[in-house]
Design a protein around this ligand. Structure first.
Ligand SMILES: Nc1ncnc2c1ncn2[C@@H]1O[C@H](COP(=O)(O)OP(=O)(O)OP(=O)(O)O)[C@@H](O)[C@H]1O
Ligand SMILES: [Mg+2]
Length: 271
């Protein structure tokens, strides 16, 4: 298995991850989980997709197996392969097969990065069949109760259009996650970076102002993750100005004019 397709496995008995609901996403996920319906999560980078899945896996009491999609990912990376052990060849389950056997939530992050051949194993698991064909073993594995497929992608990235086939999409229900409203986001930033809510609110207002810019030419806007990083710097004693410059303005763009304009916008919002 290639080094970067190693899964992260989180047992369900760990402490509840901190997650603040933004809309009805928790109820929608719970309903889908009760029926084993696969979920497609969409939203910009750093908006809380991974945290949401972690929180929901805990909420419904399932193990969570996470794999990050990448361009070399093939179905064998997910399903498993024969490996040479001494003089013997032994079959080693991939992370998807494990999740299918154990009734875990399988979270494929950045699904569109994975090769097209992964749809061969995703489709029969994502519809009424709920089974995983394992060609190399000549078997088909029925999914254990509790198994649920969750995939995520960032609709802002171009590759999606060509990669996520309609026949794949329509096997899922979709939840759109977006950045939380000011009060919720301030609470999240304060909690994650362990700073006071008032300072967090100032950072969040800056984030919202940048998100509302029209025609800024930015590839991505200021994410919750980015605001948390700025807050961490503030927590270490940096001024709000230095922290926002380093964690927000300079990260969002390399274009001098854009950096200057963002800097001015930030300065106008600082207390
Ligand atoms: N509603 C929320 N409740 C709690 N934490 C949140 C929420 N939204 C965002 N966060 C925080 O924002 C940070 C980034 O979230 P996360 O890593 O889940 O983003 P993501 O959408 O998975 O990003 P990427 O697409 O880059 O993987 C985390 O520290 C997370 O705790
Ligand atoms: Mg993520």
């Amino acid at each position: 298995m290639s080094a970067n397709s190693h899964p992260t496995i989180v047992e369900s008995r760990t402490e509840a991850p901190f997650y603040r609901p933004v809309d009805d996403e928790v109820e929608v996920f719970r309903a889908a989980a009760r029926r084993g319906v696969p979920v497609l999560l969409k939203g910009p980078t750093g908006c809380g997709k991974t945290r949401f899945v972690e929180a929901m896996a805990h909420d419904v009491g399932r193990k969570l197996i996470t794999v990050a999609g990448h361009e070399d990912m093939t179905s064998a990376d997910l399903v498993g392969r024969f490996l040479l052990k001494g003089a013997e060849t032994v079959w080693v389950d991939g992370p998807l097969t494990r999740a299918v056997r154990e009734g875990a939530i399988f979270y494929l992050d950045e699904v569109v990065e994975a090769r097209q051949d992964t749809t061969v194993v995703i489709h029969p698991l994502a519809d009424h069949r709920r089974e995983l064909p394992i060609d190399r073993l000549g078997t088909t594995l029925p999914a254990a109760p509790g198994f649920q497929l969750v995939v995520s992608y960032n609709p802002g990235y171009q590759s999606v259009l060509k990669n996520l086939k309609e026949s794949t999409r329509q096997r899922f229900i979709a939840i759109e996650l977006d950045f939380p409203p000011v009060d919720t986001e301030a609470e999240v930033v304060a909690h994650e970076a362990r700073i006071d809510v008032e300072t967090a609110r100032t950072l969040v207002k800056i984030g919202h102002a940048i998100r509302n810019l029209d025609g800024s030419g930015l590839r991505e806007v200021s994410s919750t993750r980015m605001l948390i990083l700025a807050a961490e710097l503030v927590g270490e004693g940096l001024s709000l100005r230095s922290a926002t410059q380093a964690a927000i303005v300079q990260v969002l763009s390399d274009d001098h004019d854009v950096v200057r304009a963002l800097g001015e916008l930030v300065d106008a919002l600082l207390p």
